[in-house]
Design a protein around this ligand. Sequence first.
Ligand SMILES: Cc1cc2nc3c(=O)[nH]c(=O)nc-3n(C[C@H](O)[C@H](O)[C@H](O)COP(=O)(O)OP(=O)(O)OC[C@H]3O[C@@H](n4cnc5c(N)ncnc54)[C@H](O)[C@@H]3O)c2cc1C
Length: 337
Amino acid sequence: MLPGGCDIHAAFDSPTGLIYPAMDTGNLTLRTNSTAHEILVDPKTGRARGVAFVDSVTHKSLEAKAKVVVVGASTLESARLLLLSKSPQHPNGIGNSSDHVGHNFCEHLMGPGVTGLVKELVGKEHGIEDGRPGGFYVPRFRNLSDKQPGFLRGYGFEGNSGKSIFPDSTDRPGFGKQYKKEVRDYAGAFINMGGFGEVLPRYENAVSIDPDVKDAWGIPVLKFDYKFGDNEKKMAEDMAVTAKEMFEAAGIEVIGVDKELLTEGWSIHELGTSRMGSDPKTSVLNQFQQSHDVKNLFVVDGSSHVNASCQNPTWTIMALAWRSCDHLADELKKGNL
Ligand SMILES: Cc1cc2nc3c(=O)[nH]c(=O)nc-3n(C[C@H](O)[C@H](O)[C@H](O)COP(=O)(O)OP(=O)(O)OC[C@H]3O[C@@H](n4cnc5c(N)ncnc54)[C@H](O)[C@@H]3O)c2cc1C
């Protein structure tokens, strides 16, 4: 990782932090415009022998041979790839003897939250932008030592303040000089926060291969059978009530409370479709994200998470992938794969 981030000033980005350094080793060939649609299986051993893909520009079908196949196409696409890879040894899709691939799909629930006005800041000269970050995080507090009636697990709050927030609910009528003054006076005085809650992993929340619909390359797409349950609805109710209480306790004038849950899938934090575990009957991968069924197949993305927790997932996805790759390198050195 580069100290101080990359040339777009993000703390991290994959090309700068991972892909270019890997290319510098001379051991990486990057083939763009390649859409994988099947993990190929050796008919004698049942092990993975490579990947079939389509060149998305020429539409040509191609194959890449491999000693080990490492899938990291993201939670949904990796599940799709595994489920599409059927063979006599793997009739339900590769690595799917447990029938858990695609199941236990989970993410975060979002929507409920609160917007407030910090009256002391109205009319204060803040400048156009003070350059300070306005974000904050309230870590999970429910069901840690207490036992919350109504729901399991918990949520955190992510909040924001500063010039970027000028909520619709405070839209002021008017125009011209007076209007500009109002906007200047109120800009920077608003604050909001919203819950990030854990959607419980449930076997019945699943993705599967759609029997009818195909994508532009003729590859079947995923079908979703995924719904929030009672736990998510109860948690969402608590988020709205608690957010309001917190702002009131902090002396912030509450000007809006959102109670509605955003629709399923909104969080874009997809997880859980090839969960890890020690029992091959109820999990797809071991602790190194290695398939229980097919030892030379790894799935190094959010698919392996056993639950969504309530935090943003990507650092954990990356840390686990790193650990799995270290293990894989060791196994290759020892001649175990
Ligand atoms: C708008 C937005 C904001 C987000 N903000 C945050 C945040 O603040 N914090 C956080 O933790 N997470 C955030 N996330 C979630 C985060 O982006 C994901 O958790 C993370 O990118 C997952 O990493 P991944 O490597 O599994 O998948 P990806 O980053 O999606 O990488 C998968 C790669 O595989 C490629 N691929 C997929 N299918 C195929 C195929 N069939 N053949 C060949 N290649 C394929 C894709 O092109 C892609 O390059 C955000 C997501 C979105 C969309």
